[in-house]
Design a protein around this ligand. Structure first.
Ligand code: PLP
Length: 457
């Protein structure tokens, strides 16, 4: 039964290159440079096959909220696998964990979101939303309302519909996307698009871009607006305070459904259970994933309203679902994960202690010659590296300033991600003040080394 080879790092890398195609990876580069092999993890630290300890400033991919190696989550999975490892939720069937979790989620979610449809990934949750919304408007007798408005730099996943919702041009270019019926407007990214406006003025202008698009298409042709409360993969774009209230007013006025993608923001990332609580957003649909199980096992869901449920209920059987919708093992792990978040007061700890502390420590980096702006809320942050702070001028993207800084981070035992030239972080919610100090020390070392590389001192 023992299947794990006792290989050296070099042998692992070779075997990985031989047969494994990685997501969001340049295959030619991988054939030359290979992968880092992660072997285990504990708390906020990863260990690689050479025995290096690395502080995971990204919580995996923004997901391991309760940290690594939590026995309770393994126990919950084991127990459920022994009792009922699989059964589906199609055709009026349910399993106990899927029922229990739906109730827990409806209690935790922003007011009005009372119903839960399960899938396995954030992308599937967003595909589900496209199906639900189109069906909804057909049943409502408004079949013209089909177009989704999103933002540039949005990330909503990688399937054809989810990537169409997303605003990543490099993804669109490779697959002839977006599909018909998806359009994108300027994001609330003041640093780059704000020009001479104050952030507050620009928040209103970016919201007006949504209304202008609605008027251009005709409200009778627009189904929904989708936005991450804070755009994560787009480089932690934290909107000015004026943005979300105006977006809500506009959606209401034009009878357009509002989708708040909480796949990153949900489950405590911002110091609130959902960023909708912080921004007072009342969405019609809310996809969740990532922190729902802290990434221990795949699970996602779409939360929605009585109106959506009642309307779809008039359309006969909803012809949509996944083999693993409401998977009992995933739901059992999600319940145990939520239990940890509640029992250890992790959301409150982020809001009142570690989040503000990270903010204080990050503020010290603003004087660094490379740093144009630090954006931060709770335990999500972005550090904008720029050529000229006074004029908000970015580096030429061909210089790879962000990726260079990322490599310096890795060399200093820190995982931080580079999106363009923005260094982004999203550590596990269990991170302590001492570990935040370590994170900031390592980040500063990487910034200093990057400044030397590019002669910015
Ligand atoms: C990661 C992400 C998704 C997609 O989730 P997958 O599980 O990778 O399909 C969707 N929306 C947001 C905001 C995300 O960050």
């Amino acid at each position: 039964m023992e299947r794990t080879h006792n290989w050296t790092t070099e042998e692992w890398v070779k075997a990985d290159q031989a047969h494994h195609l990685h997501p969001f990876t340049d295959f030619a580069d991988h054939a030359v440079n290979g992968s880092r092999i992660i072997t285990e993890a504990n708390g906020v630290f990863l260990t690689d096959s050479d025995g290096n300890q690395i502080l995971d400033g990204m919580a995996g991919l923004w997901c391991t909220n309760v940290g690594y190696s939590r026995q309770e989550l393994a126990d919950a999975a084991y127990k459920q696998m022994m009792q009922l490892p699989y059964y589906n939720t199609f055709f009026n069937t349910a399993t106990m964990p899927s029922v229990e979790l739906a109730g827990v989620l409806a209690d935790l979610a922003p007011e009005g979101l009372n119903h839960v449809f399960y899938a396995t990934s954030g992308s599937e949750a967003n595909d589900t939303i496209v199906r639900m919304v189109r069906h909804y408007w057909n049943i409502k007798g408004k079949p013209g309302k089909k177009t989704f408005i999103s933002r540039e730099h949005a990330y909503h996943g990688t399937t054809m519909a989810a990537a169409s919702l997303g605003g990543m041009s490099y993804m669109h270019n490779q697959a002839d996307l977006p599909l018909p019926g998806f359009t994108h407007v300027v994001p609330p990214y003041w640093y780059v698009f704000g020009g001479d406006m104050s952030p507050e003025e620009f928040g209103l202008a970016a919201a007006k871009a949504v209304e202008d698009k609605i008027l251009e298409l005709g409200a009778d042709n627009v189904a929904a607006f989708i936005g991450e409360p804070i755009q994560g993969a787009g480089a932690v774009l934290i909107p000015p305070a004026t943005y979300w209230p105006e977006i809500q007013r506009i959606c209401k006025k034009h009878d357009i459904l509002l989708i708040a993608d909480e796949v990153i923001c949900g489950f405590g990332r911002t110091g609130h259970w959902f960023a909708c609580d912080y921004y007072d957003i009342k969405p019609d649909l809310m996809p969740i994933a990532k922190g729902l199980t802290s990434g221990y096992i795949p699970l996602s869901a779409v939360l929605t309203t009585d109106d959506m449920k009642d309307t779809l209920g008039k359309g006969g059987e909803f012809q949509h679902g996944f083999t693993y919708s409401g998977h009992p093992v995933s739901c059992a792990v999600a319940l145990a994960n939520i239990d940890i978040l509640q029992r250890e007061n992790l959301v409150e700890q982020v809001r009142t202690d570690t989040g503000p502390y990270l903010g204080e420590r990050l503020a010290e980096l603003v004087d660094h010659p490379l740093v144009g702006e630090v954006r931060h809320l709770g335990l999500i942050a972005g550090i904008e590296l720029v050529k000229d702070k006074a004029t908000r001028t970015l580096f030429d993207s061909g210089l790879n300033v962000g990726p260079t800084c990322k490599n310096h981070c890795t060399a200093n035992g820190l995982i931080m991600r580079a999106t363009r030239d923005v260094m982004v972080m999203s550590p596990p919610l269990i991170i302590t003040r001492d570990e935040i100090d370590m994170l900031i020390d390592r980040a500063r070392k990487a910034l200093d080394a990057t400044a030397v590389d590019f002669g910015v001192i």
